[in-house]
Every structure is written in structure tokens, then in C-alpha cells.
Design a protein around this ligand. Structure first.
Ligand SMILES: C[S@@+](CC[C@H](N)C(=O)[O-])C[C@H]1O[C@@H](n2cnc3c(N)ncnc32)[C@H](O)[C@@H]1O
Length: 225
């Protein structure tokens, strides 16, 4: 992607998430379809991080911070969360959530995930329902993997199109996701495949689990010793 194309794509995403930010927590209950098991999937993703009290975790494209309560429960007040997101308005909601809970161990950074300067020696990195929207997702995986401490975990949870879905079915099948992304480009690009390849290259002990009839995936791997 050219620099101009990338800037335009960033601006489009920021505009879209600025419109959604205030009601994101409520409307995400309908995402990608009403009754979709988002919370159960988030719990699995957090469990796959293998966190312990006092650990540091980076939440890439953290949005309004919907993972924060689950992470806080495990890492406790001695742990640390760094939430990174492109959209100021989503981070403002994350800041409100942090203040409302009185959490003092969360830093929020406004950045494109691909430009984020990962701190070194982090215990875990998480990204939920976001990384397939980042064209340079393979680079983000590589940067994160390099920042992990030995045995540190990288976990990605996101949506995908089920394997062997005919093109004519994929379009209406993902119609409910339409407000959240430029879906036609997303289907063509198949970003979950790039994420899988990047995680296979950068990490060890990779597990890939298809969820909800292949409409989502949970990928988890560790930094090699
Ligand atoms: C569907 S929301 C998911 C938010 C959160 N991870 C969750 O699970 O609720 C996608 C988020 O990704 C962020 N995002 C999209 N592209 C990004 C990028 N290149 N770098 C950082 N954040 C990005 C958006 O601003 C938005 O907050």
C-alpha cells in the first residue's frame, strides 16, 4: 500500500470508529450478529495468554477497553496493561472505563499498531476483533514477537470467513459486519491467513482454533527460548 493509500485508510477507520465510539460497548453486542458468543471468546483469548499476577500485557487495538476487566482480574494491581489504538475517541472511552474502575496500572497510547514501539520484555500481547483490519498485520505480529520475553504469549482473536464458503455466500453471510469494516476488501484479502503464516514464522507452539463454525479464530503462540 502506498503512503497516501495508508493515510487514507487510517483516516477512514478513525472517522468510522469516532462515530461508533460512544455506543461501541452496546452495539458490539450485535457484532457480528446478535447472540454471537463474544464474551465467551474473549475469555478463551485471555485464558490463552497464560497470565499471572504482576504480568505486563499489551492490548493491541484495545478500542474502548472491553478486555481490561478480564485482564485486570488476572494480573491484579501489580501488573500492567498498555492499550494501543488508532482512534482517539475509542481511547477516550477506554480512559473513562479505566477511571470508573479506579485502575492505576493502565497506560493508553494512540498509535497505528504497525508504528507502535513495543516495550521490551513484555509477558503477553493480545489483540481481539481488530488485527484483520490492519493491512500490515504480519508486521505487527513480528514486532510484537520480538518484544516478548522468553516464553511470552501472543494471542489473536478475530473474525474470519469459514473455510470453503462459496463467494456468493460469503457476501451476505458477512453483511452484519459491514458497518465495521470495508468488508469486500477484507474478504478478498483473507487477512487471517497472513496472521496465521506470520505467527507460524515468528512463534513456537502455535495453536489455531476455529470458533463458532469457523467464523472466528483464536491463534496463540509463544516466544521461542
Ligand atoms: C472492532 S474494534 C475492537 C476493539 C477491541 N479490541 C475489542 O475487542 O473490543 C477495532 C479497533 O481497532 C482499532 N484499529 C483499527 N486499525 C488499527 C490500527 N491500524 N492500529 C491500531 N488500532 C487500530 C480501531 O480504532 C478500533 O478501536
Amino acid at each position: 500500500m502506498t503512503q497516501t493509500g495508508r493515510t487514507r485508510e487510517q483516516e477512514r477507520l478513525i472517522r468510522m470508529y469516532r462515530r461508533k465510539a460512544k455506543h461501541f460497548d452496546l452495539t458490539s453486542r450485535l457484532y457480528p450478529a446478535p447472540g454471537y458468543p463474544l464474551r465467551a471468546q474473549r475469555l478463551r483469548a485471555v485464558h490463552a495468554l497464560g497470565l499471572r499476577a504482576g504480568h505486563t500485557v499489551i492490548d493491541i487495538a484495545c478500542g474502548t477497553g472491553m478486555n481490561f476487566p478480564l485482564l485486570e482480574e488476572v494480573i491484579g494491581p501489580d501488573g500492567r496493561i498498555v492499550g494501543v489504538d488508532l482512534t482517539d475517541a475509542m481511547l477516550a472511552q477506554a480512559q473513562d472505563r479505566t477511571a470508573a474502575h479506579g485502575w492505576r496500572n493502565i497506560s493508553l497510547v494512540q498509535a497505528d499498531a504497525v508504528d507502535f514501539d513495543f516495550p521490551t520484555e513484555v509477558d503477553a500481547i493480545l489483540s481481539t476483533y481488530a488485527l484483520t483490519q490492519v493491512p500490515e498485520c504480519a508486521e505487527v505480529i513480528a514486532h510484537g514477537a520480538a518484544a516478548l520475553s522468553e516464553g511470552g504469549r501472543w494471542v489473536v482473536l478475530d473474525l474470519k470467513v469459514p473455510d470453503n464458503t462459496p463467494a456468493w455466500l460469503a457476501q451476505p453471510g458477512t453483511a452484519l459486519v459491514r458497518p465495521f469494516a470495508s468488508i469486500d476488501e477484507w474478504i478478498m484479502r483473507r487477512p487471517w491467513e497472513a496472521i496465521r503464516r506470520a505467527m507460524q514464522k515468528e512463534l513456537v507452539d502455535l495453536t489455531w482454533t476455529e470458533l463458532a463454525f469457523g467464523t472466528a479464530f483464536l491463534a496463540a503462540g509463544s516466544r521461542a527460548p
